[in-house]
Ligand binder design. Structure first.
Ligand code: IVH
Length: 680
């Protein structure tokens, strides 16, 4: 047979269409997830789209374009950052520290400069002052071309490959009237949750932690290897124009709204106000809201809304006259470090914790701060009795920033690292290349307590109702010694708790029973294997599909999996080479713990299609029907909705059939279903 041109071109053309469709879909879901915090599809569905795109690009490399979502983490490590000169200098802002200063240093000054008579209102735009790093994005013909740090304001560093990894940031802008050259300035930041996660991973790995989210964001952005940056969930909000060719903007409000329409992230808390009193009210409101925000802010930036007026006002000593940073009280305070306690975590890491003379930091009393580890204590020369500066950020555990050595009286004393575990007396070791000290005791009480809490937690086995308080009681009554013991508990055991009723005891038992059926990745995560967080657990669950194969996997099998490096592989092997761990797992399996894996064939004929089965099926069982659908990349769900693609109705189908008909969902009988699958 001879192939014609169309035979060859047709698959390429349809792949091209699908690739563009996938760009749009993935960008859209990135925005829902990273900008709006309102995902519409599951991680698995997102991954399926991404993999489909990767597969198509592999088959048709000509279809790979720089703005493809697969190209975010492209280049290998750099030798260093290249300098970038800003077309317009990146200015700094004058500060105000209270409402009166907002009035005098901004409004009064602006009115004087403009010669505005008393009583005329001047509109301002009020924005949260993000505590991160300023960045300039250069879009040429809508394509992200360069991203640079602020540097000294005139010249920054080229961090384009790192900025490209920010999934909330569009690589290509979409919309009307996009200028051929558009420079946008904004702030790169890390959420408090991401900061906490990075620091606890660092702690686990025995690396020095970051002092605050801003340093963590800076450290993540200034990585020479973009693959490391890609693993740090950095975010960004845009807030100011740089050089814009043929700028058509009349006001800050219009500028921000236009950025949003092009797909750029803009802080939703930004508000235009009619006059300076509106700005003062915003500053006060935001200060209260600060405690609830998922990221750090250190004030409000207040800007004259009108661009013509901004131009008229200009700048003085490297700060614009038309804006001010109204700062919040610092999150730092001085206090005395009275003592150092030792806390033992789930994996045996011993953390020194400072006990402080209680001090108020913007409304929150702080009595403890983490000292991270003995290397950190040595670097900062922290001693018991010292006067220290501490810093807090949101709910993150406060940290000691520095010691005021000039306040020493001479009685302060250094606390040497412990040789034995303060909780169980076992030997303490410091593993090569790590800063953390670890208790090696297998039956160390706090390690057991924390590992059971982790096992029962929502992201892990999700044992509903079994919170910290009940776990403490189970331990103190000697009812559990490890996670496998949980599945031997009876109602009578729970009835021994203080103030326990029949119903609650029955509920706890039912929750334990329900937790026996879980997805494999949850179980792997719940085991608390070092270096295996939820994401890694998902990766390995998907790769092995069952626990037996994972338990037997060799180091080279493990490291052949994407994202699994030598450290993680070794840690998994060590875990499964420990006979105590195998015993615990075997006991749980004997108690009925059954693990499932959601397998999904990507790009199968039923990819993205959802099925509901109803009525009595005679040609196949429910389970085999599910498998048939899933093997082709489809989904089986329990109830009919507008999103259902097919209802497969057996005999005596009832309400689901009626609903499907009402909603116009395609109804298939068993024959038609098999025909669809080409199995007949
Ligand atoms: S506007 C000329 N808006 O604050 C005006 N800056 O102290 C330039 N910042 O370097 C900045 N949030 O890193 C502006 N909503 C916001 C901001 C903001 C944070 C930072 C920015 C700048 C510094 C100035």
């Amino acid at each position: 047979m001879q192939l014609s041109f169309t035979d060859i071109a047709a698959p390429f053309q349809s792949a091209g269409l699908r690739v563009r469709e996938l760009h749009t879909l993935i960008d859209y879901h990135n925005r829902r997830y990273y900008q709006q915090d309102a995902p519409e599809i599951s991680d698995a569905e997102y991954d399926a789209l991404f993999r489909e795109l990767q597969e198509l690009e592999q088959r048709f490399p000509e279809l790979v374009v720089p703005e493809s979502p697969t190209q975010r983490v492209g280049s290998a490590a750099l030798d260093g950052f290249q300098p970038v000169t800003h077309r317009l200098p990146m200015l700094s802002l004058d500060n105000a520290t209270n409402s009166d200063e907002i009035r005098s240093k901004l409004d009064a000054r602006v009115r004087k400069e403009l010669g505005l008579p008393e009583g005329t209102a001047l509109a301002y735009v009020c924005e949260p002052k993000m505590d991160g790093l300023a960045i300039e994005l250069v879009y040429i013909d809508g394509l992200l071309t360069v991203a640079a740090t602020r540097g000294d304001g005139l010249t920054g560093e080229d961090v384009t490959s790192n900025i490209r990894t920010l999934r909330g940031l569009p690589l290509r802008l979409h919309g009307d009237n996009i200028p051929p050259l558009l420079e946008v300035r904004g702030e790169v930041y890390l959420s408090l949750a991401a900061f906490q996660k990075i620091n606890s991973d660092k702690q686990e790995n025995g690396e020095p932690p970051f002092a605050n989210p801003r340093n963590a964001a800076a450290g993540s952005l200034r990585q020479l290897d973009p693959r490391i940056t890609a693993r740090r969930p950095l975010s960004l909000f845009c807030y100011a124009p740089g050089f814009v060719e043929g700028s058509q903007f009349e006001s800050q409000e219009e500028f921000l709204r236009t950025l949003e329409s092009w797909g750029l992230p803009v802080n939703p808390l930004i508000r235009k106000v009619a006059d300076i009193e509106g700005a003062v009210a915003y500053y006060q409101e935001l200060q209260e809201l600060r405690e609830l925000l998922p990221y750090e802010i250190d004030g409000t930036v207040i800007k004259v809304d009108s661009y013509p007026l901004q131009r008229e006002l200009g700048e003085k000593s490297r700060s614009p006259v038309w804006a001010i940073a109204a700062k919040f009280p610092p999150r730092q305070a001085e206090t005395v470090l009275e003592d150092i306690l030792l806390s033992v975590g789930r994996t045996g890491v011993i953390t020194p914790v400072a006990q402080l003379t209680p001090v108020d930091i913007s409304g929150v009393t702080v009595a403890r701060a983490t000292l991270h580890n003995w290397d950190e204590m040595a670097i900062k020369d922290i001693r018991i009795g010292d006067t220290v500066v501490i810093e807090r950020a949101g709910d993150v555990i406060p940290a000691v920033v520095r010691v005021l050595t000039e306040r020493r009286s001479g009685v302060e004393r250094f606390l040497p690292p412990p040789e034995t575990c303060p909780e169980c007396g076992s030997a303490v070791v410091r593993i090569a290349d790590e800063v953390a000290l670890r208790c090696m005791g297998l039956s160390c009480p706090p390690q057991i307590r924390e590992s059971i809490k982790h096992f029962a937690s929502r992201g892990a086995m999700d044992i509903d109702g079994l919170g910290d308080r009940f776990i403490e009681q189970l331990l103190s009554l000697g009812l559990v010694h490890n996670v496998a013991d949980l599945y031997t508990l009876t109602k009578a055991d729970f009835m021994r708790f203080e103030r326990m009723g029949e119903t609650l005891a029955a509920n706890l038992l039912a929750a334990l029973e329900a937790s026996k059926q879980r997805e494999l990745y949850r179980f792997i995560f719940a085991l608390g294997i070092r270096h295996v967080g939820e994401r890694t657990a998902k990766t390995i669950a998907q790769a092995f599909g069952n626990l037996d194969d994972l338990q037997k996997a060799s180091l080279s099998e493990l490291t052949s999996i994407r994202d699994i490096g030598a450290t993680v592989a070794q840690s998994i092997r060590t875990f499964f080479d420990t006979s105590d761990n195998l015993n615990i797992i075997r006991r749980m399996q004997e108690a009925g713990v059954t693990l499932s894996v959601a397998t999904k064939k990507v790009g199968g004929r039923l990819s993205g299609k959802s099925f509901v089965f109803t009525g009595t099926l005679t040609r196949f069982t429910r389970d085999s029907a599910r498998k048939l659908v899933e093997d082709e990349g489809g989904n089986v769900v329990g109830s009919v909705s507008r999103k259902t693609d097919y209802l497969v109705a057996g005999d005596e189908a009832g309400s689901k059939l009626n609903k499907a008909r009402d909603l116009g969902v395609t109804v298939l009988d068993e024959e038609a279903f098999l025909l669809l699958l080409e199995k007949l």
